[in-house]
Ligand binder design. Structure first.
Ligand code: ATP
Ligand code: MG
Length: 392
């Protein structure tokens, strides 16, 4: 008998002629997630499913890794036997139950046979009835419940093997990362943008990231925090190329020349321009931010209209309709929250005005921006040239 994991994947995106792309990405991502297992693992796809063969001692690590892979709906620990007759199947079911549950306690169950091997001498209904009997004979604390059983004993009788499984551990669902192209995430040290990165990766999107810092006003620790957040996102999204842009000169110049109530909005327009530059350079198909409608002055719909205006790539805002509490819940779930709330300074909060405009007018902002015309190209170029790239 081999202990395997049966991976059932979510249906989204698996239909039609692109199905193999989805499946191959999933297999690739499972393979790389399972590299951490000391005993190794092999991954194989067959008939709309994926099977993982692994060392049973690595069970906890395998489950922990697989529950971070987008595209997996369920993980079922499975006993796989070579083709065998009913007596052996019944024996195997009893073994499975003994190894999986405390059989001194009461449980309800139902046998659920799928017979793909049409040469097998019993029908699936007959197998179910007979397994019901043999289980009841072996375990006095078991009761049949065909409507809402606690234990669903799945028995798959196939031409070359027999699978027995009853537990299903829920995966994250979503789509395999890499199946939807790549986007550039504007990653700050806050709560929202790491969650936005996680959410976009859940739709199968690979993630690169960009962080604007303002040394010496923002510290090395603030930058390290962003690196740490990128590492957390990468547990789900895979490798991230993090661009660290020195934004100090540009920010200082805006502060010096533009009206202070428009600082944030103008600053954000330059962030978007720089993010788009690196996005296009890295074949990204869009930008991603952690903005949520109305959360702060720079995230009113009017502000976002004005910020958005400088971009030609689509800007995805996975959190636009989320309340802060919902965002915090996801942040906690993905283990980013403790890092996100570390109290290091952020470039946006250092040069912020006391009363920023909440309903900026595009023509006024553009006019203010024109005051930077003589110098801004040079500053942008320098910011691009001095950008540091960190492979996460
Ligand atoms: P977050 O919690 O993600 O920091 P926030 O609520 O603080 O968001 P803002 O500071 O207005 O909101 O930023 C809105 C979005 O702009 C962020 O979610 C992020 O995508 C991007 N952003 C803000 N500051 C930076 C920065 N220093 N570097 C990169 N992206 C940034
Ligand atoms: Mg922030």
């Amino acid at each position: 008998m081999d202990k395997k994991l049966l991976i059932k994947y979510s249906e989204i995106g698996v239909k039609g002629k692109n199905r193999y792309i989805f499946e191959d990405m999933l297999v690739r991502n499972i393979n790389s997630a399972l590299k951490v297992l000391p005993g190794g693992a092999s991954v194989r796809k067959a008939q709309g499913r994926v099977y993982v063969t692994y060392d049973e001692n690595d069970y906890d690590e395998a489950i922990s890794a697989l529950t971070k892979v987008f595209g997996i709906a369920w993980i079922c620990p499975m006993d796989q036997y070579d083709k065998m007759g009913f007596e052996d199947i019944a024996q195997a079911v009893n073994e499975h139950l003994k190894n999986t549950y405390d059989m001194l306690e009461e449980h309800t169950f139902k046998a659920n046979c799928r017979r793909a091997d049409k040469a097998f001498p019993m029908t699936s209904v007959e197998v179910n009835e007979s397994i019901g009997e043999t289980v009841l004979n072996e375990f006095p604390n078991m009761k049949v419940d065909v409507h809402d059983p606690e234990i669903m004993i799945n028995i798959e009788i196939r031409p070359y093997d027999v699978n027995i499984y009853s537990k299903a551990i829920e995966g994250l669902s979503g789509m395999p990362v890499g199946s939807s192209g790549k986007a550039m995430l504007l990653l700050s040290g806050g709560i929202d943008s790491p969650v936005a990165g996680y959410m976009i990766a859940k739709r199968g999107v690979s993630v690169d990231a960009i962080y604007f810092h303002a040394p010496p006003y923002t510290s090395e620790r603030a930058k390290q925090k962003v690196v740490d957040l990128a590492k957390i996102i990468s547990r789900y999204s895979g490798p991230i190329k993090l661009h660290v842009v020195n934004f100090t000169e540009i920010q200082m110049k805006i502060y010096e020349i533009c009206p202070h109530d428009e600082l944030t909005i103008i600053m954000r327009r330059f962030m978007m321009r720089l993010a788009e530059h690196f996005a296009i350079k890295n074949d990204c198909l869009g930008l991603v931010t952690g903005e949520s409608i109305g959360q702060v002055a720079s995230q009113t719909m009017q502000s976002m209209l004005v910020t958005n205006e400088v971009c030609t790539l689509p800007v995805y805002r996975p959190l636009c309709a989320f309340d802060k509490l919902d965002i915090v819940a996801i942040s906690e779930k993905i283990d980013a929250y403790e890092t996100s709330i570390l109290p290091y300074e952020d470039c946006c909060t250092i040069f912020v005005a006391k009363h920023p405009v909440t309903k900026p007018k595009l023509d006024r902002i553009v006019k203010s921006e024109h005051k930077l015309d003589s110098i801004i190209d040079e500053l942008m170029e320098r910011a691009i040239e001095t950008t540091e790239v960190i492979e996460i």
